[in-house]
Design a protein around this ligand. Structure first.
Ligand code: ADP
Length: 767
């Protein structure tokens, strides 16, 4: 029990025993109390006000439990403030308060019971641990402070120091102070710290979140700023590009109308953001427009002598073709205008159609572009796609013009006969618009939109087969036929052109690589079978590649290819000349056909068998051939008496005609005589000579009608080893135009009717 001890009411602060604290006082009552205390034993009772606002507290305004402290130091601060350093001594309960000049209290003092040392040690440790943990998450507590506290001895002292260091509200500390025993106070302190740790952790998490959110915002902000900059620069690019386009436009040779349209597009491009989807489309469009030739032309070489020279230099033979081309060019020069008909070179593959066209371009100093029409089925490939389609492109004609770079190039329309139409529009009519001189000065490409002038383009077409060229197109073309080459022509072509070309192409120019004439002939006859020379060129290329390898691997300086060393380069001989049937046979006759890839022989077989007069045709037959077979039968029936064929024969036998190999002939009915001969042979049982071939159509009366493709057919007969060939009498004038090389060694007979053929073709076997 203590009586009349000077008392200070604390605001917002609670002092626990063993706490060493600074606190400032300024109220008169408090200053006086401190003064009184300093006069006596420097002890002071400090007790916390319930509310911080109360200026002159009475007993009811104060908590009941406070602490008796010892004043250690008093410092005077300006404005009458005293800073007191005091240390908590023990807890006491306020029993009475006298409010006069200063507060004066009567206290009841608690007796602390001795704690169990083991327990207090345990509590001490856990206090320190908690504090350490707490200090880690609260950076307001310095390492030094922590160290000091950890080193402290005694539970009360430690608890006091920890309570001092803990930045918690005074209410919390008051709660601790009010706990009756030291143990309980320590436990409260521990829980308080745990709580604080949890709170701190949550706060940290929150802070982290907030920070990361801020970071994210900031990041986005920075990126956005950068993007803005990039965009601005790009837009600049767009503008730069637009300027560049404008510059190019200035240099462009084109009509005012075209230029205006392009200018409009450039202006549109300028105003459009880079990131708009349209920007790329417009750019592509402007680029296309700027790259088209419009009014740019190249100067033609009008020297016909030069043209002749170039054609002669590049191609062997083909006299007629060259003549026709020179005529065509002369007319073109005279008329000045490009509305001369379109040339169409027709012939089997590999006969030099493409390369002649290239030579013409060279002769005229024209730019050359090749447009392959083989397999083109979609009109848009010729006329372009509308720009509204994704990935739209100009058509092949516009693209060709663009790559030529001038409006008057030579444009080769390769394989015009392979053009086909499907549901996606009519390719032939698009082509017609290209070729028609009435329309083609305003050819409209869907992509380009501005009409293109094709009137100065020199079109040359190539085809294998005239029959598959759409009629309206055919009408606008002038056909120049290129026929198959003879072995001799092939030999010269190879000798004078192909060999050198391959030597050069395979890098052998610096070496002495030769091929003997015999070897060359053997390559032609033994390794190729074709109308043109493409296969031959390939074979020569093959030889050159092998030689090149020898030169590299075996360090050879030269090579000579002879007939006997050919096997080393090309392997075994593929074709032998002898294709003759070994024996004269019944019902088998060799016909001659003219196909789109050259001439060919076709073997017709006829069998007869007991039956009901039925008639069957199998194998590669066109409709026309079927009809000519029917005509053959009628003819045979009309002459059955002469060949000793019984009247009822036809009603009691079936006749089967078969054509085992060979393509469908392109000249239609030319196998009439062949079928009729085979049938008579089969019916009468008289064999047919194996070394003859024939061609010609027959009438019901057995007259023989003329045929086409004579040169090809004779060549085919010759390479099949035939000795005698029947051709229609009416073709006699054509034979005069065929070179002796082909005719030599062939016994050519002319037939007016079947009567001229049968006695020779059918052989009476001698029993
Ligand atoms: P096509 O277009 O008729 O299918 P190419 O023009 O492609 O045939 O000819 C194939 C190859 O044969 C080319 O290298 C070409 O130069 C050559 N060629 C064809 N005919 C002759 C010829 N009469 N003189 C020289 N070379 C020729």
């Amino acid at each position: 029990m203590i009586k009349n001890i000077p008392t200070v009411a604390l605001r917002g602060l609670t002092i626990l025993p063993s706490m060493l604290v600074h606190f400032d006082i300024s109220r008169q009552q408090s200053l006086k109390a401190v003064e009184e205390a300093l006069k006596e034993d420097q002890r002071l009772f400090v007790v916390t006000q319930k509310s911080m606002e109360t200026e002159n507290p009475e007993e009811k305004d104060l908590y009941r439990i406070g602490t008796v402290v010892e004043i250690r130091q008093v410092v005077k601060l300006p404005k009458g403030i005293l800073r007191i350093l005091a240390e908590g001594m023990y807890r006491a309960e306020l029993t009475a308060l006298e409010v006069s000049e200063y507060l004066c209290a009567d206290l009841a003092v608690f007796m602390e019971e001795e704690a169990d040392p083991v327990r207090s040690e345990a509590v001490l440790r856990s206090l320190k641990e908690s504090f350490e943990l707490y200090s880690r998450s609260n950076n307001k507590i310095s390492k030094e402070q922590v160290r000091q506290i950890i080193e402290l001895q005694g539970l009360e002292k430690t608890a006091g120091q920890i309570a001092t260091a803990l930045p918690v509200y005074y209410e919390e500390k008051q709660r601790i102070l009010e706990a009756p025993t030291l143990m309980e106070r320590c436990e409260l302190l521990c829980t308080l710290m745990e709580q604080e740790i949890a709170v701190l952790r949550v706060r940290q998490e929150l802070e982290e979140k907030v920070r990361s959110r801020i970071d994210k915002n900031q990041r986005e902000y920075i990126l956005r700023e950068q993007m803005k900059l990039i965009r601005e620069e790009l837009k600049e690019d767009n503008l730069n590009e637009a300027d560049q386009f404008a510059q190019e436009l200035k240099k462009l040779k084109a009509s005012k109308k075209v230029k205006e349209k392009i200018q409009k597009e450039i202006d549109r491009y300028r105003g459009i953001g880079v990131n708009s989807a349209e920007s790329a489309v417009i750019r592509g469009y402007i680029e296309t427009l700027l790259s088209l030739p419009w009014d740019r032309v190249s100067r033609d070489n009008k020297d016909i002598a030069n043209a002749r020279e170039v054609l002669e230099r590049d191609h062997y033979g083909l006299e007629k073709v060259k003549e026709r081309i020179l005529e065509f060019l002369s007319v073109r020069i005279l008329t000045k205008k490009g509305d001369s008909p379109i040339l169409c070179l027709v012939g089997p593959p590999g006969t030099g159609k493409t390369s002649i066209a290239r030579s013409i371009a060279k002769a005229l100093d024209k730019k050359y572009v090749r447009i392959s029409l083989g397999g083109v089925r979609d009109e848009a490939e010729i006329r372009g796609h509308r720009r509204t389609y994704i990935g739209a492109m100009p058509g092949r004609i516009a693209t060709g013009l663009r790559s030529a770079g001038v409006k008057n190039p030579l444009m080769l329309l390769d394989e015009i006969d392979k053009l086909s139409s499907d549901y996606k529009g009519d390719t032939a009519s698009a082509m017609l618009e290209v070729l028609d001189s009435e329309q083609n000065h305003k050819f409209s490409d869907h992509y380009v939109e501005i009409p293109l002038d094709l009137s100065e383009v020199l079109f040359i077409a190539t085809a294998n087969d005239v029959q598959t060229i759409p009629r309206p197109l055919l009408d606008r073309m002038e056909l120049i036929e290129i026929t198959s080459y003879t072995e001799n022509e092939k030999f010269h072509i190879a000798r004078e052109h192909l060999w050198e070309k391959q030597i050069e192409r395979n890098g052998l120019s610096g070496y002495k690589v030769t091929i003997t004439d015999n070897a060359l002939r053997r390559v032609i006859s033994g390794y190729t079978r074709e109308a043109g020379v493409r296969g031959l060129e390939r074979k020569l290329g093959e030889i050159c590649r092998k030689v090149a390898r020898d030169i590299i691997e075996k360090k050879k300086k030269s090579a000579k290819i002879t007939e006997s060393s050919l096997v080393k380069y090309l392997g075994k001989v593929r074709y032998t000349v002898q294709e003759l049937n070994e024996h004269n046979e019944i019902g088998i006759v060799r016909g001659l056909a003219w196909t789109s890839v050259g001439g060919d022989t076709l073997q017709i077989e006829v069998n007869t068998m007991p039956g009901k007069g039925e008639f069957r045709l199998t194998g590669q037959l066109g409709d026309v051939m079927k009809e000519s077979a029917q005509a053959g039968i009628s003819y045979i029936r009309s002459v059955s008496g002469k060949y000793g064929i019984a009247d009822e024969y036809f009603s009691k036998h079936d006749i089967h005609i078969h054509i085992p190999e060979g393509a469908v002939p392109k000249d239609g009915p030319s196998a009439g005589v062949t079928m009729a001969t085979a049938m008579i042979s089969a019916i009468t049982g008289i064999p047919v000579r194996a070394d003859i071939a024939m061609t010609g159509e027959i009438t019901l009366r057995g007259r023989v009608l003329p045929i086409g493709g004579l040169k090809e057919k004779l060549l085919a007969a010759k390479s099949a080893g035939m000795k005698l060939v029947f051709v229609p009498e009416k073709n006699r004038p054509d034979i005069g135009e065929i070179s002796d090389e082909i005719k030599n060694g062939l016994d050519i007979r002319y037939a007016k009717s079947m009567e001229d053929i049968l006695p020779i073709a059918l052989v009476k076997e001698i029993d």
